[in-house]
Design a protein around this ligand. Structure first.
Ligand code: E4P
Length: 217
């Protein structure tokens, strides 16, 4: 499973990208509003440090304008993926942009039939929002399983990008459910490596090693 960062902060992305474990980045207009710099500026900076897919979202609501915005965003760097919302206009724009060879991420997906439409429109990625479904008292992870089964039934190649991740357990469950990608905030990405027994075990190993008086280097 690929691991993406859900962030529009080039500094925090650069520091995580240095691990070599960041496969891509997703941004959205709400993250852009918090970025404290113009969107084209942070997108360029992110594309400079992450070679994988970097999703940049259109803000128009009509297909023609979405296509025009998508074409402009795609010029920022070769690894830009144009992100469009799951509306009829977004699906039309997806079909056109994908037909022109652009990668497209269809976002704000909350049902398996929406995901089916996105795949038929040629989406590279479909972004089901797990956390927002959970917040609404529904089962976000069930959506990942339903999309996985739908896509596998018909051989769709669109990648399932589990989004709106709230905690590490979401990442684990998305992996078990067969999501192709999970995108998460930097804080959750960092927590993936953490386990209290790892810390406890390491402290005990180091303590015992100290007693030997040896050094490796
Ligand atoms: C994904 O592409 C979205 O940017 C993101 O995961 C939305 O998450 P949120 O529900 O925490 O805003």
């Amino acid at each position: 499973m690929k691991l993406f960062l859900d962030s529009a902060d080039p500094k925090e992305i650069a520091s995580m990208a240095a691990t070599g474990l960041v496969d891509g980045v997703t941004t959205n207009p709400s993250l852009a509003a918090k970025a404290g710099m113009p969107m084209f500026e942070f997108l360029r900076a992110i594309c400079d440090v992450v070679p994988g897919s970097v999703s940049a979202e259109v803000t128009a609501t009509e297909a023609d304008q979405m296509i025009a915005e998508g074409n402009k965003l795609a010029k920022i760097a070769p690894n830009i993926t144009v992100k469009v919302p799951l509306t009829w206009d977004g699906l039309k724009a997806c079909k056109a942009l994908a037909g022109d060879g652009h990668k497209v991420n269809v976002t704000l997906c909350f049902s398996p039939v929406q995901a089916l439409l996105a795949a038929k429109a040629g989406a590279t990625f479909i972004s089901p929002f797990i956390g927002r479904l959970d917040d609404a008292g529904q089962d976000g992870m069930a959506l990942i399983r339903e999309i996985r089964q739908t896509y596998d039934n018909y051989g769709f190649k669109t990648e399932i990008l589990a989004a709106s991740i709230r905690h590490v357990t979401h990442v684990r469950d998305a992996a078990l459910a067969g999501a192709d990608v999970t995108t998460m905030p930097v804080g959750i990405f960092k927590q993936l490596a953490y386990h209290p027994l790892t810390d406890k075990g390491l402290a005990a190993f180091l303590e015992d090693w100290k007693k030997t008086g040896q050094k490796i280097l």
